[in-house]
Design a protein around this ligand. Structure first.
Ligand code: GAL
Length: 361
């Protein structure tokens, strides 16, 4: 199934894919040149389930291929991540796989990595303003936002001609994360025409990315902002009918604020990452949807990429135009995100083995 979905997003596969297959076969024979090779994995935080799974999947897959792995989490503190990476470079890693906390804090340490001939892969979050990032593996991040915006528009009936007006509030992720603007812009492409047409109304008036961003993607920060919005702008009996939320941890913070203000029927609240607690909310009707990104596939394409690069082969990429990091367009492999709600969570999340049904009880 992994393979099928990977090839839904086709691009410049061809010869590179053949090279990749050849290198994968070689490594099964224990002949890939991986022995003695070291990989450093720098993940942002353990406060979110997905990064724990990403780290675990990457570590296990690299070890299967015979690599020695160092895995570090930096608790959302950018300076700590920089020192962790410095230590990894000092330990002589051949490859760094980095999900950056602050996309602009890594230039110095990556220059050191390049001096030491380390291959650098930006994992899910692009690293900006440096020549020293070689490849990017992620999902179609604009589409994540488009799926969220489209879900709202369809659920409220706007796509079918409902006039509303419906009240909506907008949330985005951390400004230090390059993905944030892709998610937000993708969603706003869908929502903005309805805001302009008056069918959607943002009572708080907060529509600029800087106003709606959430520091560290922190659910508690989002909860505070939602509470302030509700107690400042919804004092005359108005109800919120939809909330654009970029990530499940933020969605649950927003839902807590709505709960606290006595909402018994929840607005259409979006999300991302298919975290277990949010899938439970989806089943209970508290959160409307999430965007599922199969992090097992992301780990797998990343490992394939590293194996190819260290074997002096061209890695498989399927996008070489979208992700300009301010220095160069970073060749990328992008996977497809999937919209999940109560109607398809069983097929997408349980049947695929991504979530164990017992964990939802
Ligand atoms: C983004 C990532 C999302 C979500 C968010 C908060 O970079 O693409 O899937 O995990 O960080 O952790």
């Amino acid at each position: 199934m992994n393979v099928n979905r990977r090839h839904l997003l086709t691009g410049t596969v061809g010869a590179a894919a053949v090279a990749l297959t050849a290198s994968a076969c070689a490594s099964e024979d224990g002949d890939s040149g991986s022995s003695g090779k070291k990989v450093g994995i720098a993940m942002p935080t353990k406060t979110s389930e997905r990064w724990i799974a990403d780290g675990d999947n990457l570590k296990a897959s690299f070890e299967d291929q015979g690599y020695e792995v160092t895995l570090q989490y930096a608790n959302d503190v950018a300076a700590d991540q920089v020192s962790q990476i410095e230590t990894m470079v000092g330990q002589g890693v051949n490859v760094l796989v980095i999900a950056a906390i602050d996309n602009k804090s890594l230039n110095g340490v990556l220059a050191q990595a390049k001096e030491a001939d380390v291959t650098v892969i930006a994992y899910d979050r692009l690293i900006l303003d440096t020549p020293d990032v070689d490849y990017y593996t992620s999902f179609d991040n604009t589409k994540v936002g488009t799926l969220q915006g489209t879900y709202i528009v369809e659920k409220l009936g706007l796509a079918a001609g409902e006039a509303g007006p419906f009240n909506i509030e907008l949330f985005a992720g951390a400004l230090t994360d390059n993905n944030t603007k892709y998610f937000f812009n993708g969603a706003m492409e869908v929502l903005q025409p309805y805001i302009d047409g008056g069918q959607l109304v943002v009572l708080s008036g907060q529509t600029a990315l800087e106003q709606v961003a959430t520091e560290n993607w922190d659910g508690a920060v989002a909860q505070d902002r939602m509470e302030t919005i509700l107690t400042s702008f919804y004092t005359g009996g108005q109800q919120v009918q939809a909330v654009l939320a970029p990530y499940d941890g933020i969605s649950r913070g927003i839902i807590a604020a709505l709960d606290g203000q006595g909402y018994t029927t929840m607005p259409v609240v979006t999300g991302q990452d298919a975290e277990v607690d949010s899938v439970k909310y989806i089943i209970d009707g508290k959160q409307a949807m999430t965007v599922y990104k199969d992090t097992r596939e992301l780990a797998s394409v990343t490992v394939d990429m590293v194996v190819a690069v260290l074997d002096d082969k061209d890695p498989e990429i399927n996008d070489d135009t979208t992700y300009d990091n301010g220095d160069h367009v970073v060749p990328a492999y992008l996977l497809e995100p999937v919209s999940v709600d109560v109607t398809n969570y069983q097929a997408e999340l349980i049947d695929s083995g991504y979530i164990d049904e017992a964990d939802l009880a």
